[in-house]
Design a protein around this ligand. Structure first.
Ligand code: SAM
Ligand code: DTB
Ligand code: SF4
Length: 319
């Protein structure tokens, strides 16, 4: 039941989504327990090293220069400021520090600062992750050589729905960067967002595209849209109450767990507005990684005390 496969058929995935909820949870738990410690959750902390002013038009994003969300843009953070944030993250229990920049792609003139951030954070005993947009071969190799463990680059949604979300780059562009990241020897963090007005078949398509990657991404973030007023998809979700119900969100986690048994599945953005009960269902469904800390990149995340209380009541521990 839990072998690693890359040839999932649409009918098989739809059939997983259509299972009675208890049956789906049972299957997901069974797969989860074959490959992972069922009560340990890995924690990453995000840091926005370059905020806002992005030239891309991702319809969900607070940081696109094309939408007026009231967010003020800033320049690339100084290395020392990033290191100080990493120290705080480590003290708060994070095992991985994930540095994000609102770029279409890094400029070559920024590479020295970026590689220094990576080597300094790595030398603190933290795993390192970056998400900077598209990469060239050379940039990918330079980051790997500096000690970058993971690169995050999400496909975001099904190939069929992609054009409804982003027009300034293609699904194929994303795949090409992911291939460069793989070729340079870094681990891949790749997932998507749900609750963007997509159809159920698009959630199937997203998971099929992720599971078709060989090997599977080591880390699969499943984000619930954080609706931001002023972004096209945020406005839509807020005005039409487009949020995915918690039970449906937990199903997405469970199907991801079954399709990608050895990957870490991250319950990512959207936890702030999620009830403790929905989060508990997601852990039951096989989520074994989260972002911790009061902030994601530009939006709120449950702070340490809410997470600590929930972990205590569920008997979960940070890995
Ligand atoms: N600019 C880079 C890029 O797009 O790859 C890196 C940063 S970007 C903010 C990283 C990811 O965050 C996006 O691919 C998207 O999946 C997720 N994200 C951004 N805004 C979000 C939102 N409002 N709700 C949920 N996920 C979001
Ligand atoms: C991912 O899949 N989710 C994170 C991380 N990768 C970079 C980002 C979530 C961003 C949520 C909106 C914000 O805070 O700006
Ligand atoms: Fe820019 Fe990334 Fe936001 Fe898209 S998701 S607008 S690329 S920061």
């Amino acid at each position: 039941m839990s072998e690693t496969r890359h040839d999932w058929k649409r009918g098989e995935v739809d059939a997983l989504f259509a299972l009675p909820f208890t049956e789906l949870m049972f299957q997901a738990q069974s797969v989860h327990r074959t490959h992972h410690n069922a009560n340990a959750v890995q924690a990453s902390q995000l840091c926005s090293i370059k905020t806002g002013g992005c030239p891309e038009d991702c319809g969900y994003c607070n940081q696109s220069a094309k939408f007026d969300t009231g967010l003020s843009a800033s320049k690339l953070m100084a290395v020392e400021t990033v290191v100080a944030a990493a120290e705080k993250a480590k003290a708060g229990g994070a095992s991985r520090f994930c540095m994000g920049a609102a770029w279409r792609e890094p400029k070559d003139r920024d590479m020295d600062a970026l590689t220094e951030m990576v080597s300094r954070v790595k030398s603190m005993g933290l795993e390192t992750c970056m998400t900077l947009g598209m990469l060239t071969d050379d940039q990918s190799v330079a980051l790997k050589e500096a000690g970058l463990d993971y690169y995050n680059h999400n496909i975001d949604t099904a190939p069929e729905y992609y054009e409804k979300v982003i027009s300034t780059r293609t699904f194929e562009d994303r795949i090409e960067t992911l291939e460069r990241v793989r070729a340079s020897g870094m681990k891949v963090c790749c997932g998507g967002i749900v609750g963007m007005g997509e159809a159920a078949e698009d959630r199937t398509g997203l998971l099929m595209a992720l599971a078709a990657m060989t090997p599977h991404p080591e880390s699969v973030p499943i984000n619930a849209l954080v609706p931001v007023r002023g972004t096209p998809l945020g406005d839509l979700a807020l005005d039409e109450d487009g949020a995915l119900p918690g039970i449906e969100f937990a199903r997405v986690i469970a199907v991801a767990r079954i399709m990608m048994p050895t990957s870490m599945v991250r319950l990512s953005a959207g936890r702030e507005k999620m009830s403790d009960e929905t989060q508990a269902l997601c852990y039951l469904a096989g989520a074994n990684s989260i972002f911790i800390g009061e902030e994601l990149l530009t939006t709120a995340n449950p702070g340490r005390s809410r997470d600590a209380k929930l972990f205590e009541s569920l008997g979960l521990e940070l890995a």
